[in-house]
Design a protein. Structure first.
Length: 320
């Protein structure tokens, strides 16, 4: 390693992103060496301070990070952090640097977490998985400025919100994007909440051409209040409230979306995009004691009573 390691070397040593190294410099955890004449292509840092952070990290308890747990279980990192905060996942909080706290999850705690998180994966996404209220931004939302034609709201591997700039293929922290590039949202993301008439469900790979045009349309026209989104590896699971809204040329056709439909129906009629749930409301008359037992069983499995009844009926029908 150089006497004055560059940003990438520091990131590799600490096993963090280059954006996190940038944050460390801003927080004065490590000193960035001044280069007023821009003689070096990449920022350099004081070796002694980098070595100190490496030593601190090596002294941490052994175990997995929330990011590793999320990857192993195929759920969002936000779910892991939320369950840690709620006390449903046991994790050791370790001060790291002056301001940051990191979490370490032991193998035993991971085994306990596996049951919790795997059961939650079948539920609809929670808002914290895709929405950041402090900045009022949604995952994959489109921003732009005079300097940047397109930027997308993305979280890095350290669960930090920021922007991915497609034209230079670079991720940067949210504050830096606003300050240095004057990024602004392309469209509003809020609409009135629809009357609940069920959901349609889609699963779309992030790398298909229609993904961003379709999501931009949903955020602008349907609004984040009527959408639930979960990132699962290179796929996105979308739950959209049934309803109808005007549909104009948005860079995709309805037929482009149908292959990704899991549940529900999607139509185009007279200038309207119509989404219909595959579920229909019904009512059952049950003895109170039976109803109480069903409610108890559903709570034990962390699912709704309707979902519990649906699963049991499906299992029963398979026998015949």
């Amino acid at each position: 390693m150089q006497l004055k390691p560059v940003q990438k070397e520091v990131a590799d040593l600490l096993q963090v992103s280059k954006a996190t190294v940038y944050h460390y410099g801003k927080q004065k955890k490590i000193t960035k060496i001044q280069d007023p004449h821009r003689l070096h292509k990449e920022a350099r840092y004081e070796k002694g301070e980098v070595d100190r952070l490496v030593y601190e990290k090596q002294a941490l308890p052994t175990g997995m990070s929330p990011n590793n747990v999320a990857k192993k279980l195929g759920v969002s990192v936000q779910s892991v952090y939320k369950y840690i905060q709620d006390g449903l996942i046991k994790a050791t909080a370790v001060p790291y640097g002056d301001e940051r706290t990191i979490y370490v999850i032991s193998e035993t705690a991971y085994e306990e977490a596996a049951g919790v998180l795997k059961s939650s994966e079948s539920q609809r996404p929670k808002r914290f998985e895709y929405y950041q209220p402090s900045q009022d931004i949604v995952l994959f939302q489109k921003f732009h400025s005079n300097k940047v034609p397109e930027a997308r709201v993305i979280r890095n591997k350290d669960n930090e919100w920021g922007f991915y700039l497609a034209n230079i293929q670079k991720w940067l922290p949210f504050e830096e994007g606003i300050r240095e590039y004057q990024l602004e949202p392309v469209y509003p993301i809020h609409q009135s909440t629809f009357e609940l008439n069920g959901y349609i469900e889609l699963e779309i790979p992030k790398d298909v051409i229609v993904f961003y045009p379709f999501l931009d349309y949903l955020l602008e026209t349907w609004g984040m209040e009527n959408i639930r989104l979960r990132e699962q590896g290179n796929r996105i699971v979308l739950f959209i409230r049934a309803g109808q809204k005007p549909f104009f040329n948005k860079g995709f056709l309805v037929d482009d979306i149908r292959p990704f439909l899991i549940k529900g129906n999607i139509y185009y009629e007279e200038g309207q995009l119509i989404l219909r749930s595959s579920y229909r409301k019904t009512s059952l008359e049950l003895p109170i004691d039976l109803l109480e037992k069903i409610t108890e069983y559903a709570e034990q499995e962390s699912i709704s009573m309707s979902k519990w009844i649906e699963q049991k009926l499906e299992s029963l029908l398979k026998v015949f």
